[in-house]
Design a binder for this molecule. Sequence first.
Ligand code: HEM
Length: 408
Amino acid sequence: MSVQTVDHFFNPSSKDFIHDPVPTLEKLCNEYPISRFDAWQAWLVTGHANIIKCLLDTRLSTDFNLWEYAPPKKPIEEMDAFEKLMNNNLFFLDRKNHLRLRKLALPAFSPRIMEQMKERFSVLVKERFDEIGTPDSFNFAAEIAEIVPTQAIASLVGIPRDKFPIFDSLAYGVVRGINPMLTPDERKDAIKGVPEGLDLLNELIDERRADPGNDFLSTLILAEDQGSKLSNLEMCALVGAVLGAGSDTAVDLHSYLIKNLLQHPEQLDLLKADPGLVQGAISETLRYESSGKTGLARYASEDLDINGHEIKKGQMVQLITSTAGMDSSIYEEPRKFDIQRDHDKSISFGQGPHYCIGVTLVRSQTEVMLKELFKRFPNLSLGNETVYDYNHHNARRMDVMMVNTNLT
Ligand code: HEM
């Protein structure tokens, strides 16, 4: 079967795509179920059914080391703190180690811990809005979306309030340090806060080890599976994975949720009349306005066939999950923002062995933020200024999204 390439129209770093990715995603979904994207030296897979098939195919692994162009793995003794952290990251482990780590980590995301967190988010979010006060307008992207998700994870991990800045630097290092486009100096600069952040985490783990409670870290410390327990490094790496997976994604969810609700006042009215629709609004935002520039990366552990195309062992396959939300065989009128839609088939949080571990946490923190926002500013409207960070490595990130409070 002949191979189609998409380099002639697909450029997720371009301003056109960042401003409005929909025409490109629709074209990918409708005309290019599987194609080559030479710029990434990868196969692209699009459409709901094809992506699910790949997510469930055990021959497609998240283990980056299987990639044909992966740099040779360094011996542990030569790795810096950041590399050691990544080496133990849930996303990059082989299947056996991933299963073990995930099983040990899951109790720390139990409904009991998530319930504790809801109360803590509530306090944090109120404090944040108190700091913002009652201005005529403010930058929602920088003053809420950028701050609340990392604070939520800091609070999950049990970081004391006065140590949040150290944790912020760790988060910055984990999220930005992974960008393959950085020069060695830029990378060094991005990850400079990692060692201090890890010292802080290790201190906390040791404190909890000596006197465990019923919090997130204590639950990780006490978790045991067939005699196996998590080491300090594995716990730090788990926190790293949580930061990598759960801060940036949630930042964009916060911004795009508010943008879409304010751009669709009839949907906002529905939500105000029935606050129970909030989870539908979150799912619909993730479907309608996916913020990612890339997909979910997989690496072939052996030769395989996808829809008649031969994928060679070691090749990268990018699953463009944002196209699943555009798939008209699953969603009627995909271009309609409808918070009452059925999301049973959603794959915004993945599917299969790597299904998002933080889904309850992010849903809960976003709900708390949304309720407080409209309680304080019931007549909120979108301002005139939106500024994108065109250099963000994997997200259609807004640095500025002004909102007017219309308090008087
Ligand atoms: C809007 C926010 C979020 C979205 C859209 C999202 C989406 C996803 C997706 C699609 C995956 C699967 C990745 C794959 O198959 O390669 C995933 C995995 C993961 N997510 Fe989330 N996520 C979000 C927030 C969070 C939060 C808040 C946390 C933690 C507090 C989190 C922690 C994780 C972890 C640790 C994994 C890896 C699980 C594994 O490999 O077993 N995510 N997420």
